[in-house]
Ligand binder design. Structure first.
Ligand code: MEV
Length: 441
């Protein structure tokens, strides 16, 4: 399909799907088909474990004895670089998908998320010990760099054919006799872990020969700071107003106070960043990515200046709007690994409409900025429990026997009444069912 045709289709797809949260999973899938986010066969395939079976699992990991499911949802209202997007999220914690959708709607009021991402560079490290002369070794590596890069590229012809390959060699001194060589490789749409690990192992003898040292570890670094993504959003102060907080500027200032708290206090900064990673990780899990690698890199990046800091910043913009930014290293992949073996991951990637790993990183970062904004807004206004109680109300409604859209209707009533007793849920349910039957007669 031509780019123009793709664009024309995209223009017609809106990420705003009103009432979605009140519908049944079946109806939601139908909505995604109607609004052209999912092909009918993909919608059908989402049911149950989404085609994931023991045979798939058995080739993914060892000692498989069964399967382990997680809820898969979509966050709505995302506009990223001007394009409406649905964000697949797999996560066990309630509120995260709702929070992301809510904050994305606020950000859409200011034009949506603007994402800018680095090239997909994955870095391998080779540790060189007992180096007789650091100076001579550095000089030899500097002079040998073109040849080393060529040798590295010869080890990955398929990656070079896809437009990737070794880009740079960097040398760092760790102590009086230890060097580490960083090989920066553009791994295109893959995370590139296996690839750069193999290249590092195969290149090590050359590095030993040039430096006179002894090769130690050969492994990628998960501090992927050549592969960062930056996402920004702005929310007009008026959009932050609510029934209880009618002046949006007051809410904005409360959010800025929450931000300052995280800047001043490591105990708060960690929780603040957990709220960021709620969004990032849920996208990575849905899309079968190595979220542990991203977690490790994100927290190291948060501590890059010595102290541990919030990954996001929020400030007041020139028009009184709330402006936010998230920057973090984010190594993602849309090919290989689970993207090849797991049918649910393949569908999540389709749903996300990713054009590749860099794009997926941007989407995950947008989700992270959104979940952070939602948490800060809730914490600095109503408190986080209000939203949690709304979800609790849904559970009570379901336990009382409600299903489909009735769950949302009963839960809304329970929340309004601030009563979460199963007997009350049953009463409301019975009245609602009787009302509907009366209407049908
Ligand atoms: C809970 O999963 C995440 C929050 O604790 C984040 C935060 O405190 O900013 C609500």
């Amino acid at each position: 399909m031509s780019d123009d045709k793709v664009k024309a289709l995209e223009v017609k797809r809106s990420s705003r799907l009103t009432g979605f949260y009140q519908q049944s999973p079946e109806r939601r899938r139908a909505r995604l088909v109607e609004s052209r986010w999912l092909a009918p066969e993909d919608a059908r395939a989402c049911e149950g474990l989404g085609g994931f079976d023991e045979a798939c699992a058995d080739v993914m990991v060892e000692n498989v004895i069964g399967l382990h499911g997680l809820p898969l949802g979509v966050a709505l209202n995302f506009v990223v670089n001007g394009r409406d997007r649905l964000v697949p999220m797999a996560v066990e914690e309630p509120s995260i998908i709702a929070a992301a959708s809510y904050a994305a709607r606020l950000c859409a009021e200011g034009g949506g998320f603007t994402v800018q991402a680095d090239a997909p560079i994955t870095t391998a490290q080779v540790q060189l010990l007992e180096v007789p002369s650091l100076e001579a070794a550095r000089e030899a590596l500097r002079a040998g760099t073109p040849e080393l890069l060529a040798a590295a590229n010869a080890l990955m012809p398929a990656m070079c054919a896809r437009g990737g390959g070794a880009r740079e060699l960097e040398v760092r001194v760790l102590d009086a006799t230890t060097l580490v060589v960083h090989l920066h490789v553009d791994t295109r749409d893959s995370m590139g872990a296996n690839l750069v690990n193999s290249v590092a192992e195969d290149l090590a003898p050359r590095l030993v020969a040039l430096t006179g040292g002894r090769a130690g570890l050969k492994i990628l670094t998960n501090l992927a700071d050549r592969r960062k993504v930056r996402v920004r959003a702005r929310v007009p102060a008026s959009a932050l107003a609510s029934e209880r907080f009618q002046d949006g500027a007051v809410v904005r200032d409360a959010i800025l106070e929450a931000q300052r708290f995280a800047e001043l206090d490591v105990y708060r900064a960690v929780t603040h960043n957990k709220g960021v990673m709620n969004g990032v990780d849920a996208v990575l899990v849905a899309c079968g990515n190595d979220w542990r690698a991203v977690e490790a890199g994100a927290h190291a990046y948060a501590a890059r200046h010595g102290g541990y800091r919030p990954l996001t910043s929020w400030w007041k913009g020139p028009e009184g709007e709330l402006c936010g930014e998230l920057e973090l290293p984010l190594a993602t992949s849309t090919v290989g690994g689970a993207a090849r073996t797991h049918p649910g991951v393949q569908r999540a990637l389709k749903l996300a409409g990713t054009s590749g790993a860099v794009d997926l990183a941007g989407l995950a970062a947008a989700a992270g900025l959104a979940t952070n904004l939602a948490a800060l807004k809730a914490l600095s206004t109503d408190g986080i429990q209000k939203g949690h109680m709304a979800l609790h109300a849904r559970r009570v409604a379901a336990e009382a026997g409600a299903s489909g859209e009735l769950v949302g209707i009963i839960a809304d009533r329970l929340s309004r009444e601030r009563v979460y007793r199963p007997e009350r849920a049953r009463e409301i349910l019975e009245a609602e069912v009787a009302r509907r039957q009366g209407g049908r007669r």
